[in-house]
Design a protein around this ligand. Structure first.
Ligand SMILES: Nc1ncnc2c1ncn2[C@@H]1O[C@H](COP(=O)(O)OP(=O)(O)OP(=O)(O)O)[C@@H](O)[C@H]1O
Length: 717
């Protein structure tokens, strides 16, 4: 059974920053170290060979090959052992070549290569286990975590719904009994009231509003015509659209439609012209159409539903929501408003107060069976900021020094996906480039076919997928936004808020299923555990050593020494460290095997560092770029040393390189300061945006002026 690992970066928006050189003058020690590294690197990867030794090599091996070709493709253990003699010959050749006089400048002799039992060239990597910061004890305060019962014994028949709707719920959606949030929310919405709904992730909130909306629309007399939208729905567009398509099967005259990033605006305009009754959209896309599509009109809108409302606010889309609310309010039509989220924040309360009329606050508590209806509290702020996590979710945290992040993540993935069955992991990473880098690295190094000689390995193959905001929408949609049977959520890079943490872990343990989560923290980041505790979230600690001990199950990474399990605990620990070092060396060999993989690693490191600067000020005392050790962070991207001038390493355009005239001028000019708006708009590249790129600057300026003028008008209305 193929085990799957999904690298995600949806939650922390893919960050596109202006290229800013963050070069700082190198100290003399750094200059010396850099020269030393440079010569070592050249000695390993660009040994100058004399023509005589080249000729000798051709005679011996009968073909022309370079040192790099040997390192290019990482091998499986069996291939590695088969190549051993070739490598040893190769090394003898290189050593003799190094002796023969040659016109080309010779490099200092390369450090003697050792060969581990695995047969791969054992280029000494700096110790993973030395000079690491102290790992503090993580005391996760005991909190009374809010628990919600997911299911009730009540069925949909009790709701007096249209029989075709009940039949669709049973036959198409395979649901019979209501979840707690559905039992509380549906009657309130069917009574015509506004509602603010808080319920844990994966508890069925989509149907909690979908059912009342469809029940209302199908009962409208005269029947709704395919004209203007009657219902407007925000966020997680595709998943909601698919749900409405299923619910509306018996009611063919009611047409759902979706607007989201990745689609051509022209196609959407055509759909809007044709007529949509239930419009599902992302905020950015809808604002774009409000400003540019004449055929969109809101005079018939009777419902406004903001799902995952606080995440929309968190990503700073209040401005977009204001435009949307103004456009809706301009029609003067009475409408029903629903805000839903697993995490209620004060921003959501603010939004509720400006867009709702005496909303009923609905939250599902532990004793949900006992209360026979929603608790109609005065205002949403009555609901506390304590977050609800899925009932059967087990949350863990592991403290890992930066240098060991990469091998620890790899060991965890191997443990779950190679040595256990039926595991599906989602790994949250902080930038698109890092997702792409880790996908390529893990696919190349971890997905090696099991060697025939080893008895310990199972035949499980690992499958890695990627999902991030820079991908074409179709690809993202193809994976679907509701990810079934996910068993583990791994937050390799911590989220930017406690609410974001809840939404991430909410991708597992859905609708009453079992699930687990693991949060990676560096020793300097452990205070984040207290931030989560403030929202009634408590985690149990997992030890890094226990995760790395997985490598003892995998002969691929056998250390150089002979290992037998009868030896002492200290020997066991040393063997684990050796195997982690072998794995790290594999990663570094792969990264340093050619310039392309080296550049990819560097830009991934650069994107990670830039994403690290985007934590909100409220968390800067925990996640601050200054608390990162650049060299250690580099190791977690398979780089043997911290690349110099990280800022310039991402300028892939030669015109920008420091040697070109333009580059020289640019290097002289102080880096352009980003305005607050530019910083925000750079941060906000995400699924919420209209995703319409490629417009000329002047056209954008004209549109902005027009939008502002309309906004002033509509606000006045
Ligand atoms: N009454 C029900 N019985 C069984 N399964 C249900 C029921 N209602 C919804 N589900 C299923 O539960 C899963 C989660 O539902 P949904 O996505 O609506 O949860 P949610 O609360 O919106 O989650 P999130 O907060 O992550 O968006 C879906 O696969 C859905 O089909």
């Amino acid at each position: 059974m193929a085990e799957e690992v999904l690298m995600l970066n949806i939650s922390s928006a893919p960050v596109k920053f202006h290229k800013k050189t963050n070069r700082r003058p190198l100290s003399s020690a750094e200059k010396w170290a850099q020269k030393k590294w440079e010569s070592k690197r050249k000695a390993v990867f660009e040994p100058q060979e004399s023509s005589a030794s080249k000729q000798r090599k051709i005679n011996q091996t009968g073909q022309q090959h370079t040192h790099k070709q040997k390192l290019q493709t990482p091998r499986s253990p069996s291939q590695r052992s088969n190549n051993r003699d070739t490598e040893e010959n190769g090394d003898r050749r290189e050593k003799s070549a190094a002796k023969s006089p040659s016109k080309v400048k010779t490099y200092p002799k390369k450090a003697p290569e050792e060969h581990g039992d695995h047969g791969r060239p054992f280029i000494k990597t700096s110790s993973l286990f030395r000079n690491n910061p102290e790992i503090p004890d993580v005391l996760s305060p005991t909190v009374n975590q809010v628990k919600e019962k997911v299911f009730t014994s009540n069925t949909f028949e009790e709701l007096n719904l249209h029989p075709h709707l009940v039949a669709t719920l049973h036959k198409v959606l395979n649901v019979t009994s209501m979840t707690s949030v559905q039992k509380k929310t549906i009657p309130v919405l069917m009574s015509g009231k506004d509602a603010v709904v808080r319920s844990q992730t994966g508890s069925g909130k989509t149907l909690a509003y979908g059912i009342p909306v469809v029940q209302f629309l199908q009962a409208m007399q005269p029947k709704v015509k395919v004209s203007q939208p009657e219902c407007l729905k925000q966020h997680l567009a595709l998943q909601s659209f698919q749900m409405f398509q299923k619910l509306l099967k018996p009611f063919t005259w009611i047409v759902p439609g979706v607007l989201m990033g990745g689609e051509k605006r022209k196609a959407e305009k055509a759909r809007l012209r044709k007529g949509i009754n239930v419009l599902i959209s992302t905020p950015g896309r809808l604002v774009d159409h409000i400003k540019n599509t004449l055929s969109i009109a809101f005079s018939a809108v009777r419902w406004l539903i903001l799902d995952e409302a606080d995440r929309t606010l968190d990503l700073g889309f209040e401005k977009d929501l204001t435009v949307i609310l103004n456009a809706l309010n301009a029609t003067g039509l009475a409408r029903q408003n629903v805000l839903l989220s697993a995490t209620l924040t004060e921003g959501l309360s603010r939004l509720a107060s400006i867009s709702m009329k005496e909303p009923v606050s609905i939250h599902v508590s532990e004793d949900s069976e006992d209360t026979d209806e929603a608790c109609p509290q005065a205002a949403p702020q009555a609901l506390s900021d304590s977050y609800v996590v899925p009932e059967r979710l087990q949350q863990h945290v592991v403290v890992v020094p930066s240098k060991l992040h990469l091998v620890c993540l790899a060991a965890f993935i191997l443990d779950k996906c190679k040595f256990e069955q039926r595991q599906k992991l989602i790994v949250f990473i902080s930038s698109c480039e890092a997702v792409e880098f880790l996908l390529t690295l893990f696919t190349a190094v971890l997905c090696v076919k099991p060697s025939t000689t080893s008895t310990k390995q199972t035949s499980t193959s690992l499958n890695f997928y990627r999902l991030h905001g820079n991908m074409r929408q179709e690809d993202v949609a193809a994976r679907g936004l509701d990810l079934p049977q996910v068993t583990w959520i791994v937050q390799y890079n911590p989220s930017v808020s406690a609410a974001e943490y809840v939404h991430r872990v909410g991708r597992t343990a859905r609708i009453g299923a079992q699930g687990s989560s693991l949060l990676f923290l560096a020793p300097s980041e452990t205070a984040f555990v207290d931030v989560l505790a403030n929202h009634n979230i408590s985690l149990s600690e997992m030890k890094m050593e226990d995760i790395l001990a997985t490598l003892m199950k995998d002969e691929c990474f056998k250390g150089r020494g002979k290992w037998d399990c009868k030896r002492s605990a200290a020997a066991f620990e040393q063997e684990v460290r050796d195997r982690a070092t072998v794995l790290q060396t594999d990663f570094e060999n792969y990264v340093h095997a050619n310039n392309k993989s080296l550049q990819t690693a560097k830009s991934a490191l650069q994107s990670f560092l830039r994403a690290y600067t985007t934590y909100p000020s409220s968390l800067k005392h925990i996640f601050h770029i200054r608390s990162l050790h650049l060299g250690h962070a580099a190791k977690s991207f398979g780089l043997r040393d911290a690349p110099q001038g990280l800022g310039s390493s991402i300028t892939t355009n030669p015109a920008n390189s420091k040697d070109s005239k333009k580059g020289k001028d640019k290097a002289k000019r102080p880096p352009k300061k980003l305005t607050a708006k530019e910083r925000v708009s750079n941060l906000m590249r995400s699924e919420y945006l209209s995703g319409i790129d490629g417009e000329s600057k002047s056209k954008k300026k004209r549109k902005k002026k027009k939008g502002q003028a309309e906004e002033e008008q509509s606000t006045a209305a």
